[in-house]
Ligand binder design. Sequence first.
Ligand code: SF4
Ligand code: SF4
Length: 169
Amino acid sequence: MSIRSVVLDHPAPLVWLWEALSRLLRALPGAFRRLGIERSSRWVGVVEHPLKRAVFGCRECGQCVLHTTGMTCPMTCPKELRNGPCGGVCRDGKCEADPEMDCVWVQAIERAGRTRYALDVHLVNPAPDWRRRGRSSWVGYALEANEPLAGGGETPLSALDVLQPPGAP
Ligand code: SF4
Ligand code: SF4
């Protein structure tokens, strides 16, 4: 077992780091706005992308959802699924498309349960906007330019609402 997989299997400290970073990012939108999203993305991406590639296998989708998936990158799924597993997960938890790897969504659901965002793994994510691929998701977060979670209104749609609508017996 590698150090990386041990770190990813215990995601709570990574979530704390994300929370600290998100507080910093929320203080910076003015600076990013002055620089412009493209230039800010280039500069911040110099740090963000190699770091996240090394730790999470980041594919630079530009709309990060890591803290809702137990710090497991959904874009490392061979089908790039962002809303739960496909129907082909092997019984041993391996990926049907690549039996050498563990299913990303099995890992995400297990790891999310070890963070305080356990229920957020059920939030429904929109399809990625590929115009944002390669951009810094940290800058997008600071500028609130990342796509809102699907569902409309102030309350994001949760898969649990679909499976168990409020008021359903
Ligand atoms: S969700 Fe997107 S930005 Fe976040 S680690 Fe995965 S590819 Fe990178
Ligand atoms: S088995 Fe898991 S990792 Fe593999 S394609 Fe399906 S959802 Fe993605």
